[in-house]
Design a protein around this ligand. Sequence first.
Ligand SMILES: Cc1ncc(COP(=O)(O)O)c(C=O)c1O
Length: 436
Amino acid sequence: MSHDSDSGHDPDSGHDPDASAAGRKAMPASGTDWDTLREQMVDLGKGDVDWRAARTAVYVFNAGEDVLRVAKEAYALYQSENGLGPAAFPSLARMEREVIEMGLDLLQAPDGACGNMTSGGTESIFMAVKACREQARAGGRDTRGMRIVVPRSAHPAFDKAARTLDLEVQRVPVAEDWRADVQAMGEAVDDQTLMLVGSAPCFPYGLIDPIDALSDLALARDVWLHVDACVGGYFAPFARMNGVDVPPFDFELPGVRSISADLHKYGYAAKGASTVFHRTEEQREFQIFRFDDWPSGGMETPTAAGTRPGGAIAGAWAVMHYLGVEGYREKVKMVTDTREKLMRAIDAMPELQTVGSPKLGLFLYGSDQIDPYAVWGRLLKRGWFTGLVSEPRAIHLMLSPAHADVADSYLADLAEAVSEVKTSGEDAAGTRARYA
Ligand SMILES: Cc1ncc(COP(=O)(O)O)c(C=O)c1O
């Protein structure tokens, strides 16, 4: 799914005037005016996917020009300010505090719950795992090699955190309905289990794991349960307000100790904005880094980052206030209506079937007659950049509000692609699902 991008000159020109003797890009000897650079940069993007025309259903969340403008202008207003120094920038400290309070409210957190903004889902997950590990260490455990038990569909950010923190991840196969198999996860729990994880929803299938049963399991076995709501944290609460039957997944469940929820996904904030929440301040304490043994004095940071971009905090704060509950509910409805329309049309095509019963903005579809990867390839040629899943072999769509306007043209291209693949009998044996 990813594409390699070149960092500098036009690869077709054959000659880069800024190349050094070693053949690598050297810094230009003198500067270039912004108008020229801007033009060059717009040109550079011409080979990118056309997400502005809503032909991309991965990596980008497009809630429309007005929301993009708010995020961009708010980011620019605070782009030089630094969240590392809350004493210098009480503005950012206040905006972060308010973002966190709004998130806690949406996720039904009890009094005393707290959190922080981070750079993204991966950092939020990292901080939750780190806090959990530090708590275990403070209780006298040697945590080396202890395990995080996750459904097979959980995001690799848990593996990234585990590799850094000297832990291991045990991926437990999902149940027949593609959601976490809680019984099997329960069987995997032993005294070396540090953390349990459920997703709301998971990325591969767009399905919410049975978090209520995981919460019971976590309480019964006294294990920290983290809910990865990176995708659903700022979507599912509004879907529920719209009448969608969203199962319990947040702090309403007493076994849930921490939640990650990304603002730069369905919160429509500028990239670099996520939230990590803890049930108690005592838990969050284990996330914090403190240091005082160098010449510049004490340092206390709540997350992995040092400098924290003021723009990312300001952009999230601004979009949350710009949309409000009403605005988010409207955007969520556009997404769920479009998903339902696409799923209905796809299930009506004899060659295709959707997978599972997603309730939010992601879904996938496969086929028992033709190779879905070949269909995906035909759609890619028509400019539709979407994901692939390997288990089962399927096409993956993560929808944005902007997709409401292109659903019909996607379906028309899909019908053509299916008919071409049927006629040619083609399979795409060389195509592999690739997340990043
Ligand atoms: C369920 C889930 N968790 C975590 C992440 C990681 O988020 P990020 O890419 O912001 O680090 C993603 C990213 O898509 C995700 O889908």
